[in-house]
Ligand binder design. Structure first.
Ligand code: FE
Ligand code: FE
Ligand code: ZN
Length: 298
């Protein structure tokens, strides 16, 4: 693990005035060499125009600070639900717009929640997602790939099993422009046993193929395996635990994959990422991490 090239970062913000420059500065402040952001509020459609001068400034800042832009991730807004056919026109047109924004920002990966079937059933949901993605990828031909995220299976979420994701990929014509984002909290909550991660990875390889993994969200979980809850916990403080997460983060087959923390702020105020990244780099669990974070920011 000595020479392991770790690509680690967290969710950061992208604001109206400084745009990507703000995201890069935040990532640098956490000691990260990658990051993930939304290009606007995830719950609405308000989007500010991208300022190319800001993007160029951000790119210079990335280069200077060892952040590889090809490892930076965008998360699609969660108002897009391709599994609900009634909203498919909105979902597809907004997704195309997001992909174009990613392209303009020089971003290679857009993470998307497959969607929730809202009572219409898994098969209908999957068909709707396939139709939506086909429509999107027929109209958008740029360099940004869509990464479908593995989900916890909360409510009527689709994509909590590798087989469901495989069905979607198989139905999409341009599936070479589709990949997968694993999320450790979601995998745990969906019922995958992360204490036997090699077996999980083997299963993924057989069903989908390791080459499809474009990103991994690293989160501990507040809930037990197979709880279908989706509540993230700070690294080492949840039911997955530090050792299992380190084993995933430093897995030899996942070296080049960017790993992104989406763990909760402490007391809703303090971002835990600088200290969590430090702890991950040291590969040693820090029992006093939460106190350390609180005293750092107060
Ligand atoms: Fe997500
Ligand atoms: Fe996630
Ligand atoms: Zn989640």
């Amino acid at each position: 693990m000595e020479n392991y090239k770790l690509w680690i970062g967290s969710h950061v913000s992208f604001n109206k005035s400084e745009q990507l420059v703000a995201s890069v500065k935040e990532a640098i402040s956490y000691g990260a060499n990658t990051f993930m952001f939304y290009t606007g509020a995830p719950q609405n459609t308000v989007r500010t125009e991208i300022d190319d001068f800001k993007t160029i400034e951000a790119m210079k800042l990335m280069k200077k600070n060892g952040i590889d832009i090809s490892k930076v991730i965008v998360h699609a807004p969660y108002i897009i639900n391709l599994a609900n056919r009634k909203n498919l026109d909105f979902g597809t047109s907004f997704l195309i717009q997001e992909l174009e924004r990613c392209e303009q920002l020089g971003m290679r990966y857009l993470v998307l929640h497959p969607g929730s079937h809202v009572g219409l059933g898994i098969d209908e949901g999957i068909h709707s997602i396939i139709d939506g993605l086909n429509k999107v990828l027929k109209s958008y031909h740029g360099n940004t790939k869509i990464l479908l995220e593995t989900m916890a299976g909360k409510g009527s979420e689709i994509g909590s099993s590798f087989l469901e994701l495989k069905k979607i990929i198989d139905g999409v014509t341009y599936s070479n422009r589709l990949g997968i984002c694993l999320d450790t909290c979601h995998l745990n909550d969906a019922g995958y046993d992360l204490s036997n991660f090699n077996q999980v990875l083997d299963e993924f390889d057989q069903v989908i193929g390791l080459d499809k993994i474009g990103c991994i969200h690293i989160n501990d979980s507040k809930n037990e395996k197979a709880s279908h809850k989706d509540r993230h916990e700070n690294i080492g403080f949840g039911t997955i635990g530090f050792e299992k997460l380190i084993n995933i983060i430093y897995h030899p087959k996942l070296e080049n994959i960017p790993k992104i923390l989406e763990t909760p702020y402490i007391n809703g105020d303090y971002p835990p990422y600088k200290q969590e990244i430090e702890m991950i780099r040291n590969q040693k669990f820090e029992e006093n991490l939460i106190d350390k974070i609180i005293s750092f920011y107060s």
